[in-house]
Design a binder for this molecule. Structure first.
Ligand code: PMP
Length: 287
């Protein structure tokens, strides 16, 4: 397709955007990343994504060699080089080239990669029909092992969950934490409406604190809806009036079936669709 890629301060054709086989991002999944969207040439919630990227890096003792402002400039330059108004931006910071062996101190400089591309995670029809999801046996990483708040290049936990949901013929994988409470989906956060109250697992359930999640909670509050972050079991989801997932790529996608149980009417819920409309207004028009 001939994309232009930013790699360590240079914008090069995708064929020339290469990293070393000794990069610890590849060898050990040692690094961090972000997925960001731009709508009509404007990058949505850029500051929040940059904050999360730098926080993830801090958490794994990785010092990103450029400032947030420089990173923002680099993203804009890459978007411009690709002439993309609507795009999906993948920001990757790896530990860098090192020696074999885990020691991150043997890596010279972190590698910064920016890919700006187009993406559609789920087909359009699914937003009208709703998603069928299943609970998987792979539990979400325990925060004492690898905190899900860190958006790291080590995504095997999520991939193993996704593999299970694909094998089950479902659209997404619902992951529980080690105590059996609902955490999140493989690549999205989860919400329910019950008796007009919006509920989602708290960050202490062991989740990636989604930026779309935060925007949705704010929109719901503006709608006059009560929002609660609290622990939920699968039972709470099964008896929900409405259910949906949130993520930068997916935006807000209704869920109509969980583990074979029909949620609410079996169609995307009214409040969910209202939120989706408000979310799209915000991304398209900035309000
Ligand atoms: N949870 C996981 C595990 C994710 O990977 C993502 C991002 N794809 C999300 C939730 C949603 O986060 P955000 O809204 O910031 O994209």
């Amino acid at each position: 397709m001939g994309l232009k890629i930013y790699i360590n301060g240079q914008i090069v054709p995708q064929e020339d955007a290469k990293i070393s086989v000794f990069d610890h991002g590849l060898l050990y999944g040692d690094g961090v990343f972000e997925g960001i969207r731009a709508y009509n040439g404007k990058i949505f919630t850029l500051d929040e994504h940059l904050d999360r990227l730098y926080d993830s890096a801090t958490a794994i003792s990785l010092k990103i060699p450029i400032t947030k402002a420089e990173m923002a400039e680099a993203i804009k330059k890459t978007m411009k080089a690709n002439n993309l108004a609507d795009s999906y931006i993948r920001l990757v910071v790896t530990r860098g080239v090192g020696k074999l062996g885990l020691d991150p101190n043997k890596c010279a400089t972190p590698q910064i990669i920016i890919i700006t591309d187009t993406i559609e995670l789920y087909p359009k029809a699914l937003y009208e029909k709703g998603l069928d999801i299943v609970t998987v046996t792979t539990i979400r990483n325990h925060f004492s092992a690898l905190d899900p708040k860190i958006k790291s290049l080590n995504y095997l936990n999520n991939i193993l969950a996704k593999v299970e949901s694909i094998q089950a013929g479902a659209g997404e994988a619902l992951m529980l934490n080690k105590d059996g409470y609902v955490a999140e989906c493989a690549g999205d956060n989860v919400f329910i409406f019950k008796n007009n109250i919006l509920r989602t697992p708290p960050s202490s359930a062991g989740i990636l604190v989604g930026i779309t999640r935060n925007v949705v909670m704010k929109l719901a509050t503006e709608m006059g809806v009560q929002v609660r972050e609290e622990l939920m079991t699968r039972y709470d989801l099964y008896i929900a009036d409405e259910c949906f997932l949130t993520g930068t790529a997916a935006e807000i996608i209704p869920v109509v079936k969980i583990d074979g149980r029909t949620i609410g009417t079996g169609k995307p819920g009214k409040l969910t669709l209202d939120l989706l409309k408000r979310y799209r207004d915000l991304t398209q028009n900035g309000r």
